[in-house]
Design a protein around this ligand. Structure first.
Ligand SMILES: Nc1ncnc2c1ncn2[C@@H]1O[C@H](COP(=O)(O)OP(=O)(O)OP(=O)(O)O)[C@@H](O)[C@H]1O
Ligand SMILES: [Mg+2]
Length: 321
């Protein structure tokens, strides 16, 4: 499969800050790459370089075989970009925003209007189409902004934190829309701070910290690296610990820990939901009612802790210190 996006040795420095510090990446046509990293990791800077908005200090980028530095205009014809902060004109309605984008792409008035209506429908904004977008909620703005990036039906899409700030329901709605686009053949590069989101959408993930890749692989590989899912059972009293371990240890993949202080039994499991369901049955049968019971799924913090030995920190805070 040909690569839709290739970047080699990407560097961007701002004064003494190395926002991006030697990043290599490639995204095969029709696939999804997730750039996962905490605040200040260099995600936005990377996206801006890949999308012709910022000139790299060093490095090479090609999109569909076109050199981004030599021919940014041709690259802009095949990409769509939705930035970290929704770029909608507050005073225009949703419909007018999309129509305007269509006109900028020289779609012609009729086509631009038809495309605007089609996208509003697709993003569930038809009812709000004629309201000024300043009356939209955060999730609606995000959807409108994404719709804007799709007006010209670009085969390659860059999304910078598409779901940050959305409530859980809107996030799942956004995942559905993005999944659909990918099934239709769109190549997608997205940034996120959520391992869960990269897991849901991407087949390949690069974890970045301080502008450098610190890990790369499939979501499964990363999750295995950080220990995967685990069942956590908090007890009212340490007295129950051995009975709990006897009941649930075999649900795991071998190995469990008992925290004497918090009265917490932790069992690494292959599939959290199944294990949780079975654990409830077994604990109930054993007459044990825990104080708390749940599945812990690895987060970006777990990844960082495992890979770097420290929690994900805000690079901007560090600079200020
Ligand atoms: N125009 C700029 N001038 C100076 N420093 C910048 C500029 N843009 C980014 N930086 C710095 O580069 C680093 C990476 O920033 P970037 O915005 O790429 O991070 P990010 O991963 O997108 O973070 P966030 O999750 O907060 O959006 C930060 O330390 C930031 O302060
Ligand atoms: Mg950013």
């Amino acid at each position: 499969m040909a690569d839709a996006i290739v970047a080699k040795g990407l560097i961007k420095t701002y004064g003494t800050v190395k926002a991006v510090d030697g990043l290599d990446l490639n995204v095969p046509e029709g696939t999804v790459l997730g750039l996962l990293g905490p605040n200040g990791a260099g995600k936005t800077t990377t996206v801006r370089m890949l999308t012709t908005l910022v000139t790299p200090t060093a490095g090479e980028i090609s999109v569909r075989g076109i050199d981004v530095l030599a021919d940014p205009t041709s690259v802009r014809r095949v990409i769509g970009v939705s930035g970290q902060y929704a770029a909608v004109d507050e005073h225009l309605t949703g419909f007018e925003n999309l129509e305007m984008v269509g006109r900028l792409y020289h779609l012609g008035k009729k086509r631009a209007r038809a495309r605007a209506r089609e996208l509003l429908e697709r993003f569930d904004l038809t009812e709000a189409a004629d309201r000024p977008s300043k009356t939209y909620s955060g999730g609606m703005r995000r959807r409108l902004d994404l719709a804007g990036a799709l007006v010209a039906a670009p085969p390659i899409l860059f999304l910078d934190e598409p779901t940050t700030g959305l409530d859980p329901r809107s996030r799942i709605g956004m995942w559905d829309v993005l999944g659909q686009l990918v099934r239709e053949g769109t190549t997608l590069l997205l940034t996120t701070q959520y391992l869960e989101e990269a897991d849901e959408l991407a087949e390949d993930i690069i974890v970045i910290d301080h502008g450098r890749a610190i890990a790369r692989g499939t979501p499964d590989r990363l999750k295995r690296q950080v220990g995967g899912e685990r069942l956590e059972i908090t007890l009212h009293s340490a007295d129950d610990a051995s009975a709990v371990v006897a009941a649930v240890a075999t649900l795991g993949m071998g190995g469990h820990t008992v925290d004497e202080v918090s009265h917490k039994v932790v069992v690494p499991v292959a599939e959290g939901t199944d294990a949780l369901f079975e654990a409830v049955r077994r604990l109930d049968a054993a007459g044990i009612r825990p104080a708390d019971l749940g599945v812990h799924r690895p987060t970006l913090d777990d990844v960082f802790l495992q890979l770097t030995g420290h929690a994900a920190e805000d690079a901007d805070e560090e600079v200020k210190r």
